[in-house]
Design a protein around this ligand. Structure first.
Ligand code: PMP
Length: 444
């Protein structure tokens, strides 16, 4: 019996032994194509010697120093590099160890900012249904996934949720995409007015929704309108790029493609590329300077903030991501992956939507393509798909969730940026094998 407390203690995973390029291997030597980078983490694949050597060098010189006493050069250099490539408003970087921590820091930073400018009545947060922002209590509270929240609801802070931007299911026939985006963005304004404009501190959203919806980008103009509304009412805009940031969508920050700049932005996953656990919360000069010139102290922190070894990994990763050609390759290969999925599944009766941006691609499964009817949750379609894909040697990220009160199944693909055409063909072919198996099992 394993003494590791696995999340699913009745279904233990095999032990992983080795990672090499796009593949992971278990102790039996079976190879798995890491088609989702775990959960959109391993953006540069496995066994990258440049990153490993950077980490080794840091371990040899100074593995750790508490930032209450000493800073570190990798943290300085990584912050400089991130700010150089970040949307223009983001000027300072607060390092943490993962995505949930980055979101917690973002929420507390927003709150402390308003306290410091004498608007301590601002404490309300607005987020979106069908979002995931992490599993710690603050991050879980802003997330909109009912299933994840349900049993912890009594412990969660009160957060308002508006609808997601989810064109496939919610655009009305008479609307253009643009009109649809403006309509759902305006829900934010309605909610701010309902709560009282001077009560609201922040709106948080993922530019491309990952875990709960399977790579759903917003429609053109949506985030510009969101930015406008936040500006009108003095509400801070927090973009959660934990999953979709760091080149995943074809630009280092996903916000670049929305042509907006947030006040606060969270990143993680791809930042350490799986070589080290690291996340970060970036904020505007206005927020940073308010605290610097006010109390002078951000009242938040963990032992491992700015961990030198984690920052050395992040630095090596971001250096690679910002070397010419990488994000362009992501854009080109992302389009190729979408095309391959269209060829394979474009007419499949149980595939309703194929979508994504860059190498962040999702597919939504339905019982009936014409009616977009969701698959009965009793079928556990997504768990079956995960198992069937795994058998076929593919790690992908199938999820089921409630879609505005209804069940929905999707799969998320986030292959490493080093993927070439034959790799993507392998992903699609293995996924097709898995889908065939599950639909046959269920008599679909
Ligand atoms: N925000 C988003 C958008 C995420 O996708 C995730 C993780 N899936 C998190 C936050 C939480 O990150 P972590 O699991 O590293 O705490």
């Amino acid at each position: 019996m394993s003494h590791v407390f696995h999340r699913n203690s009745n279904n233990l995973p095999p032990i992983g032994m080795k990672g090499d390029g796009v593949y992971l291997y278990d102790t039996d030597g079976k190879a798995y194509f890491d088609g989702s980078g775990g959960a959109a983490v391993s953006c540069l694949g496995h066994g990258d010697q440049d990153i490993i050597n950077a980490i080794k060098r840091q371990l040899d010189s100074m593995a750790f120093a508490h930032t209450g006493f000493l800073g570190s050069q990798p943290a300085e250099d990584l912050a400089d590099l991130l700010v150089k490539h970040a949307p223009e408003s983001l000027e300072h970087v607060y390092f943490v160890s993962g995505g949930s921590e980055a979101v917690e820091a973002a929420l507390k930073l927003a709150r402390q900012y308003f306290v410091e400018i004498g608007q301590s009545q601002r404490s309300k947060i607005i987020a979106r249904r069908q979002s995931y922002h992490g599993n710690t209590l603050g991050a879980l509270a802003v997330g909109g996934n009912e299933w994840r929240r349900a049993q912890f609801a009594p412990l969660l802070i009160d957060v308002s949720h508006i609808g997601p931007c989810y064109e496939y299911r919610n655009r009305r026939a008479e609307e253009t995409s643009f009109e649809y985006g403006q309509r759902v963005a305006n829900e934010l304004e309605e909610e701010i007015l309902r709560l009282g404009p001077d009560q609201v501190m922040a709106f948080i959203a993922e530019p491309v929704v990952g875990a709960t919806m399977g790579a759903v980008p917003s429609v053109e103009g949506y985030f510009k309108r969101i930015r406008e509304i936040c500006d009108t009412y003095g509400v801070l805009l927090i973009l959660d790029e934990v999953m979709c940031g760091m080149g995943r969508t074809g630009t280092l920050f996903a916000a670049e493609q929305e042509e907006i700049s947030p006040d606060i932005c969270t990143i993680a996953k791809g930042l350490g590329a799986g070589y080290q656990p690291i996340g970060a919360t970036l904020c505007s000069g206005e927020i940073f300077n308010t605290i610097k010139n006010g109390s002078g102290f951000f009242q938040h922190g963990h032992t491992y903030i700015g961990h030198p070894t984690a920052c050395s990994a992040g630095l090596a990763v971001v250096q690679k991501l910002t070397q010419g050609g990488v994000v362009e390759h992501v854009t080109a290969k992302g389009q190729q992956l979408l095309d391959l999925l269209q060829q394979e599944f474009g007419r499949h009766p149980n595939v309703g939507d194929i979508r994504g941006r860059g190498l962040f691609v999702g597919m939504e499964f339905v019982a009936d393509r014409g009616r977009k009817a969701v698959i009965d949750p009793c079928h556990k379609f997504n768990s079956r798909l995960k198992a069937a894909a795994f058998d076929a040697g593919l790690i992908c990220y199938p999820m089921g969730g409630t879609i505005d009160g209804r069940h929905g199944d999707h799969v998320l693909l986030a292959p490493p940026f080093i993927s070439e055409t034959h790799h993507l063909e392998e992903v699609v072919s293995k996924l097709a094998t898995a889908v065939r198996k599950v639909t046959a099992e269920l008599g679909m």
